[in-house]
Design a protein around this ligand. Structure first.
Ligand code: FES
Length: 200
């Protein structure tokens, strides 16, 4: 996601037709579980709405709160944070940190005039492609009912000092491409890659 250009909306406009609002949802996913669940859904041809743009982090605990604010500021209508189920984080308990940040962020965005439902947390293991696809579909409908966000963030948040893209690239994240090979470690059964400063 560029730090310069706003997020392009999903195509919904057709000349001469009244079209349905198509929300843009940014999905921050964990490399070891939810990103793979989304990949599994694709492999199994389980359909989910194209409204979500996935960004891969090494762990949900890597989610800096500014990532979420930056997503809203650049045009996202909603943000999904997804990670390993509690007790299953590959970095011990970083997903509990993500949970705390999520709870804090929900209160923060509400204070900034954003409906809390625009930020949602979903736990999903690597094998839960169908369930994750269902959660994406559910959230898409909920956000569609809320309508566009159009958050006037520039007046509220100093977004120029939020380095989302650099942080994202530092994790090796790729919004569109497949996950990288896990370096010989089966994320389902093997030991996780060692946590590093760059990764976490
Ligand atoms: S949430 Fe998946 S590794 Fe931490």
């Amino acid at each position: 996601m560029s730090t310069q250009a706003p997020i392009a909306p999903a195509p919904a406009e057709e000349a001469g037709r009244v079209t349905t609002f198509e929300p843009v949802i940014i999905g921050f996913t964990c490399n070891w579980c939810s990103y793979r669940a989304a990949d599994l859904a694709g492999t199994a041809r389980t359909k989910y709405p194209p409204n979500i743009r996935l960004i891969r982090l090494m762990c949900s605990g890597r989610l800096d709160p500014t990532f979420v604010l930056k997503a809203f500021a650049e045009g996202a209508d909603a943000v999904m944070v997804s990670g390993c189920h509690p007790g299953e984080c590959h970095y011990i308990e970083q997903n509990y940190k993500a949970l705390r940040r999520f709870q804090l962020l929900r209160r923060t965005i509400e204070a900034l005039g954003i409906e809390p439902a625009r930020l949602q947390l979903v736990w999903a293991s690597a094998g839960e492609g169908v369930r994750l696809a269902g959660e994406i579909a559910r959230m898409t409908e909920e956000v569609r009912a809320l309508g566009p966000l159009d958050w006037p963030a520039g007046d509220i948040v100093d977004i120029d000092n939020v380095k989302l893209e650099a942080a994202w690239e530092a994790t090796g994240g790729d919004a569109d491409g497949p996950p990288e090979a896990p370096g010989g470690v089966n994320p389902e059964h093997g030991a996780p890659a060692p946590a590093t400063e760059a990764a976490l």
